[in-house]
Design a protein around this ligand. Sequence first.
Ligand code: FE2
Ligand code: FE2
Length: 162
Amino acid sequence: MPELWKHTSCTEVGALVQGRPMDSKETGLRYRVKRAIRQMGEQHRHLRPIFEEIRGAIEQTDTHQAREALGRLQEGLEAHFRLEDLVFFPALHGLHSGHSEGLEMLSREHVGFADALRRLGMHLESSDLAGFGRDFDAFAGSLSAHEEHEERLVADVVGGSD
Ligand SMILES: [Fe+2]
Ligand SMILES: [Fe+2]
């Protein structure tokens, strides 16, 4: 469970995001929100072994293993996108409102990745491992560029918000 959710109620986060006056807990809350946002990069790295598993399954032409690992990747990424769209991005916007266009673009990309994951699953349903491998490489490249962009933007917002 993200650190933010262990210690912070939704009401507190909502107050922070909307910039409402807060009590003496505000400094600690801002610190926790920033720390939670930094955990975004850790989540990105956490999912990387699944990419390697899928590449291994493609090499071994193991469609069953590819299907199983893709299911876990889909579940992990969809949870990650939800956390970013519903918690991280609103918190970032609350800390610095000047990045709303960049955040909206990242959210739109999440929708594209969710569609791409479904199409990848369809390749495996029809046992088209060659098509799956080709599209998976393109997917992994685009996702990696997205994550780099996201982490740069987070560093800008968190670094420049004090
Ligand atoms: Fe993202
Ligand atoms: Fe992300």
